[in-house]
Design a binder for this molecule. Structure first.
Ligand SMILES: [Zn+2]
Length: 148
């Protein structure tokens, strides 16, 4: 067994719900789930459950942008196109994730999410930037700085 590459992330497959390793450096080559062989889609936000937060977000060696949202939250829907844009433009460089705060109360408490949407940039398991509400220029700016 060789160790996973620096750009490897652990994601839960949207089709079979198994955890799979994806090398983001190979993201353009349409990576597939190691369990079911279906494509892992990285040009859009990936949903991260509370139980996977540690491994998927904090364990990633690439920058991870996380949108903390809830289904009932109208302003969160205004942030969604921004997250789609960041994911689309940074395939292979930034992992864009979303966490449903209703389904992840422990994660929301740990990061003291008091209002949603809250967008946090994590690098090497640490919060480095935070944006509250809809601040597209700010989010674009700190993502650009993270991938420089
Ligand atoms: Zn799968």
């Amino acid at each position: 067994m060789s160790s996973p590459p620096e750009t490897s992330v652990t994601l839960r497959c949207g089709f079979c719900a198994e955890l799979t390793h994806v090398d983001l450096a190979q993201a353009e080559e349409r990576p597939e789930c190691s369990s079911c062989g279906k494509p892992i889609l990285l040009d859009r936000p990936v949903k991260v459950a509370q139980g996977d937060f540690e491994e998927t977000v904090l364990g990633a060696t690439v920058p991870v942008l996380v949108d903390f949202y809830a289904d009932w939250c109208a302003p969160c829907k205004m942030v969604a196109p921004l997250m789609d844009e960041v994911a689309h433009q940074n395939v292979g460089r930034v992992l864009v994730a979303k966490v449903d705060t209703d389904a992840a109360p422990e994660v929301a408490m740990r990061y003291e999410i008091r209002s949603i949407p809250t967008i946090i940039l994590f690098r090497d398991g640490e919060e480095t930037e935070r944006s509250l509400g809809l601040e597209p220029e700010r989010v674009r700016g700190f993502v650009a700085a993270a991938v420089e």
